[in-house]
Design a protein. Structure first.
Length: 385
């Protein structure tokens, strides 16, 4: 018997009470009951996003929110600055090109963090850039980027700062208003503890000025239409309202725990997972790991599929490999949303036993012990405080 543990950086595990909401009879999406749910959900999303602005709900994957952000803020022929540091950051450029938007790219080695000084220099060289597109947590490399520092750079220019927070929002510190993020995107299937199907986007006053300056070429992803309906606690088109009902339950969980505590929990699990991986003699891929996942290099002489397949088949622990140019070179363990300390310990134990069975030189319990020491030490420090 194997208990399934979905330790991937999306989709992530979903709490039982959230799943039960999805089993309830379907209500009409334009009913007063449905609108009342959006009233509550809207306040919860503002808390997660750390914003006073509306957070609009789109029925789409996170990429839908990215497309909405791009096509609504930069007109065809306009210029976008893309901070390319991974497979998903590169998606910003692909979306821009699909809509006839000119792209200037700052390329950063995968696993390294974006340099704010290079952003400042690029904006000096391209003063006509309409918007800068960055990533909070690059899911493909497990890297967290210095969004607050980049936001300060962009704020000194006419450009707006648009951020993909799909695997970061709810897992790592992100203060939209305080940091000066103009547009922030997120998805439902990561730290917000839902199945895939919903995307979220919030826009600052500076961002709305860019949006209102021209007519977007998008119909379904029109943020003007979304803004208009958001004032009525509604959506322009049929929403995945069963997911919105479940979102209410997930947001209640987050509110009960407290956003600061949610961030601390993710940080604690991240540090423990990193310590466990390194104790096994494995190398972290990222120079600055994001809190929602841990990526490590596949040891020489082994294949990522060997490790991942055995972890899944033998222990029921699902992980994922690399993407794009690092496909086959890394393994990624997710620990976001509905994940606790014992889930991380279990995943590390499965990794230890998997490596041992594959012939990798592993001292049994070393990775688990290193993770436990982090967790015990952090709890002891918290109790003293």
């Amino acid at each position: 018997m194997r208990k399934p543990r979905l330790m991937t950086p999306g989709p992530a595990m979903v709490p039982e009470d959230v799943l039960l909401e999805l089993a309830r009879p379907v209500i009409h999406h334009r009913s007063d009951e449905a609108k009342q749910v959006i009233v509550e959900v809207s306040e919860g999303l503002k808390e997660v996003f750390q914003t006073k602005n509306d957070v609009m709900i789109l029925t789409a994957s996170g990429t839908g929110a990215m497309e909405a952000a791009m096509v609504n803020t930069v007109p065809p022929g306009g210029k976008a600055l893309v901070l390319n540091a991974g497979h998903f950051a590169a998606r910003w450029g692909s979306i821009a090109k699909a809509f006839g938007i000119n792209v200037v790219t700052i390329d950063t080695e995968w696993g390294q963090t974006v340099d704010p000084e290079k952003v400042a220099e690029a904006l000096r060289q391209h003063p006509d850039v309409v918007a800068v597109f960055g990533t909070l947590s690059e899911t493909s490399t497990g890297t967290g980027h210095p969004i607050e520092a980049v936001a300060k750079v962009v704020a000194q220019t006419p450009a707006i700062f648009v951020v993909d927070g799909i695997s970061g929002v709810g897992a790592m510190e992100c203060r939209t208003d305080e940091w000066g993020i103009d547009v922030l995107c997120a998805g439902s299937q990561k730290a917000l503890m839902l199945p895939p199907g919903l995307a979220f986007i919030t826009v600052s006053a500076k961002g709305w000025a860019k949006i209102d300056a021209f007519e977007s070429h998008s119909y379904y992803f029109s943020l003007k239409a979304a803004r208009s309906k958001a004032k009525e606690f509604d959506t322009p088109y049929t929403p995945a309202h069963t997911l919105i009902l479940a979102l209410r339950t997930a947001l209640r969980r987050i509110r009960e725990e407290g956003m600061e505590n949610v961030w601390k929990r993710h940080s604690r699990m991240s540090e423990a997972c990193q310590a466990g991986v390194q104790a096994l003699g494995l190398e972290l891929f990222s120079a600055k790991p994001a809190e929602g996942l841990t990526a490590f290099r596949v040891p020489e002489g082994f294949k990522d599929s060997q490790i991942r397949n055995k972890m899944a088949e033998r222990f029921g622990v699902t992980t994922v490999g690399g993407q794009g140019k690092i496909k086959g070179k890394i393994v990624r363990i997710g620990h976001m949303g509905y994940t606790d300390e014992l889930d991380v310990i279990s995943a590390l134990a499965a990794l230890e036993m998997t490596l041992a069975e594959l012939g990798f030189d592993v001292e049994p319990g070393k990775g688990v012990t290193a993770a436990q020491q982090v967790l015990i030490g952090q709890r002891a420090a918290a109790n003293v405080g």
